[in-house]
Ligand binder design. Structure first.
Ligand code: GUN
Length: 297
């Protein structure tokens, strides 16, 4: 029997703690100023995964007393119509944050839409100027840092894990998580390596990581043997795999083989119940901060 002990991070519990603090702050704003924070949650089209994320975000808003302003647009909405919607939200005083669920349909230029979002309401932190500032040494994002990268940072600092000088390996290639989390941890003086589908010998690079951040979208691709003993493993992507034993016919797993990883890792986030709920809580936190800036100055 191995006496290896792994810390499994309970993302749901941490998210609940963050949400309770946000709810108390929303209550205070409401009592003091008769105003509540508002988050515009915009979805274009019928993608099942996006709908499920958006529903979670709207439900989370309701739970803490943030008003969600819901925009459900048809798949064939034109780029100019979408831009006008964003402009309306930019000047709407009840809206303190604007979230456009990604990906957008192919006929819409995502960068164009993100550029139109007012910097003061860019709670996702995806405005090209915010990402550019995140990329540059000595410059910080104007107001908001992207939610999932911020969650990874929060997990590390909350568990007393030093980032400076550590080997961080981020697996994947997305604009939403991989790029901003790499930039954010580089700012914190980590040595960051990005491993993607064209990387040679990814396994040997991952094995050198003190901190692994997995954002691939391939169920259990990172095996226990890839993980250095004691490494911190942050598993971000949720994958559905067939499971005839479940009523739904599927179960959710991460990019990391969780059972195997638990035998080696020092600390790990599970799926479900890890990064996901905390990321939604960060979005609420960004919205609250945006509202406080406007309401309290
Ligand atoms: N699609 C997947 N994750 C996200 C996210 O965090 N924000 C937005 N806007 N779209 C997403």
């Amino acid at each position: 029997m191995s006496d290896h002990k792994v810390t499994i991070i309970d993302g749901k519990a941490v998210a609940q703690t963050i949400r309770s603090k946000i709810a108390a702050e929303v209550c205070r704003l409401s009592e003091t100023y008769i105003k509540v924070p508002g988050l515009a949650v915009m979805i274009v089209g019928q993608r099942k995964d996006s709908q499920s994320y958006v529903n979670m975000k709207r439900k989370a808003c309701a739970e803490v007393g943030i008003k969600s302003i819901d925009l459900d647009l048809l798949e064939n909405v034109s780029e100019s119509e979408l831009i006008s919607k964003v402009h309306e939200l930019n000047v709407n005083p009840d809206v303190h944050g604007i979230l456009g669920q990604l990906p957008l349909p192919k006929h819409i230029n995502e960068e164009k839409i993100l550029t139109e979002i007012s910097l003061g309401k860019d709670v996702d932190g995806f405005h090209p100027l915010n990402i550019g500032k995140l990329a540059m040494k000595g410059r910080d994002p104007c107001l908001f840092r992207p939610c999932c990268p911020e969650t990874c940072y929060y997990i590390l600092t909350r568990h007393g894990i030093t980032i400076k000088g550590k080997n961080v390996v981020v697996v994947g290639r997305s604009n939403i998580v991989v790029l901003p989390v790499s930039l954010l941890l580089l700012k914190e003086d980590a040595t960051v390596t990005m491993v993607h589908s064209r990387t040679k010998e990814p396994e040997s690079i991952v094995r050198n990581a003190d901190i692994i951040i997995a954002v691939v979208g391939q169920a259990a691709m990172i095996k226990g043997s890839w993980i250095k003993p004691g490494a911190v493993v942050i598993d971000v992507r949720t994958n559905a795999v067939d499971d005839p034993g479940k009523k739904s016919g599927y179960r959710l797993v991460g990019d990391v083989d969780f059972q195997e990883a638990c035998k080696t890792a020092g600390c790990i986030t599970p799926i479900p119940g890890g990064v996901g709920p905390m990321t939604v809580a960060m979005l609420l936190k960004n919205t609250l901060d945006g509202a406080k800036r406007v309401i309290e100055g």
